[in-house]
Write a protein that binds this ligand. Structure first.
Ligand code: PA5
Length: 446
């Protein structure tokens, strides 16, 4: 088992009957998902993806990853939101947040097009100077401004450095299979393309070419990752809360939300969890935050953030709960050395492993936060393997969909993301937005 949900730090906040009372709502939401009759049912490709993925595409991903590994020092992955967070989360979780600094036989991987910062883009361009570069641009719609701008810059850079022909061998495009300007343009230019399936939305797409190509380029075993997701799919096949931890997690969140706990903080105890936290925030924030409803997803990495947000969590407004991810086997061992002079007074832990101290910090914090009125859901993960990552992705995706249906929203759309885009296009003078531009400029000048 890759994940175990432990609810012992919830007992003073949720009675057994309260959870049991959610059974009917939870199984209805689960059945709605499986029957494909709920809102957003055009976007359920991720449900069976671990067993139904396109095997030819999967082989092409592996072959392209080998080609990229052989031909560059740096892979620039261009994408935003669901088109980058999953890959970055996987690379940091399975390899390291310091992946680029590790000794390795795989290229450095940098992410671009996930902001509009001239500073970030200039810095990356200077890092790329004198290096061999490949680019994987990822955009389902093919029209998102941030990655499109970055792609313009890197396409020009590669063409100048390698010529049209050489650049063609180094640009890999992941986009919709037939719609969108990026697909049309890539076919015309002769770039190798990979597909974001029609029925998989951005934030559910990490186990498609969107995530798998960069992940494979980092030397991570993507077969093992898919197997993890497949094992999770098999493990979470019961509609019963007591037999299905993904549904139980959805139901527990729902009970807590009804009790006024409208902020959920995902807690990791390892720096390699930071981007998994970010991936999770997008998944839950975009899926549930709509129609005036939804739990606000937040995240921390302890013990680092115990020295920043720890005070608020212990003592601030009591509208939050935590979901703590504990990794049983963190992957490395470190024994605290003895100091005969004991100048720092730490000899009471000399000879102990750092993981033991980290896990003790976790237990201490769980109890302190419980005493401070913060319910804690504990998720125990076996390890940080590719298999566990795939398993965790499926666990959270399934729970998110069930939770969204329990909340009464469409978990698969994101209408709110368009509001800033329309304003930005109008203000930047995009053709077709003239009236809006005028109205916004009047607002600004008032
Ligand atoms: O989950 C989503 O659908 C979004 O976060 C998208 O992934 C994000 O907006 C990027 O879109 P695209 O891949 O079309 O460039």
């Amino acid at each position: 088992m890759a994940i175990k949900l432990n609810d012992k730090f919830l007992t003073s906040f949720i009675r057994k009957e309260e959870l049991a009372n959610m059974q009917s709502a939870a199984s209805s939401a689960y059945e709605l998902l499986l029957s494909k009759k709920g809102p957003g049912s055009d976007f359920l490709g991720w449900v069976d993806l671990p067993v139904n993925y396109d095997k030819a595409e999967f082989s092409a991903i592996k072959a392209a990853a080998e080609k990229i590994k052989k031909s560059c020092d740096i892979l620039v992955v261009i994408g935003i939101g669901g088109s980058y967070l999953g890959a970055r989360a996987a690379i940091e979780f399975v390899k390291s947040p310091l992946y680029n600094n590790l000794k390795k036989d795989t290229p450095d991987i940098y992410f671009a097009g996930n902001n509009i910062s001239p500073t970030a883009l200039s810095e990356l361009i200077s890092i790329c100077e004198g290096k061999d570069i490949c680019v994987n641009v990822i955009s389902k719609s093919g029209t998102t401004t941030e990655p499109a701008v970055a792609f313009r810059v890197f396409k020009a850079m590669l063409t100048e450095k390698y010529g049209e022909e050489g650049a063609r061998e180094r640009i890999f495009v992941t986009t919709d299979k037939c719609r969108g300007t990026l697909k049309q343009f890539s076919d015309d230019a002769g770039y190798q393309t990979f597909v974001v399936p029609d029925d998989v939305g951005g934030r559910f797409s990490v186990l498609t070419a969107v995530g798998l190509l960069p992940i494979a380029c980092a030397g991570i075993d993507i077969d093992d990752m898919m197997k993890g997701a497949e094992d999770a799919r098999a493990a979470y096949s019961s509609p019963l809360i007591d037999e299905n931890d993904a549904i139980k997690y959805a139901a527990l969140r729902n009970v807590l939300y009804r009790k006024g706990k409208c902020v959920e903080i995902l807690v990791g105890y390892e720096p390699y969890m930071l981007m998994l936290n970010e991936w999770w925030k997008q998944l839950y924030g975009e899926s549930e935050g709509k129609d005036g409803k939804g739990i606000l997803p937040d995240s921390v990495v302890f013990s680092t953030d115990l020295h920043s947000l720890g005070q608020y969590i212990q003592d601030g407004q009591r509208n939050l709960f935590e979901t703590v991810i504990s990794v049983k086997n963190p992957g490395a061992e470190f024994i605290i050395p003895n100091d005969p002079a004991n100048v720092d007074g730490l000899n009471f832990i000399s000879g102990k492993s750092l993981d033991f101290v980290n896990k003790t910090a976790m237990l201490a914090t769980l109890m302190a936060h419980n005493d401070g009125g913060v319910p804690n859901i504990l998720l125990e993960l076996d390890d940080r393997s590719a298999h566990s990552f795939g398993y965790t992705v499926y666990f959270f995706e399934l729970a998110c969909a069930v939770s969204g249906y329990m909340l009464g929203v469409n978990p698969f759309d994101q209408p709110g993301v368009e509001a800033y885009k329309k304003n930005m296009f109008a203000l930047l003078g995009k053709p077709g937005y003239e009236d809006m531009k005028k109205a916004l400029e009047e607002r600004i000048s008032k």
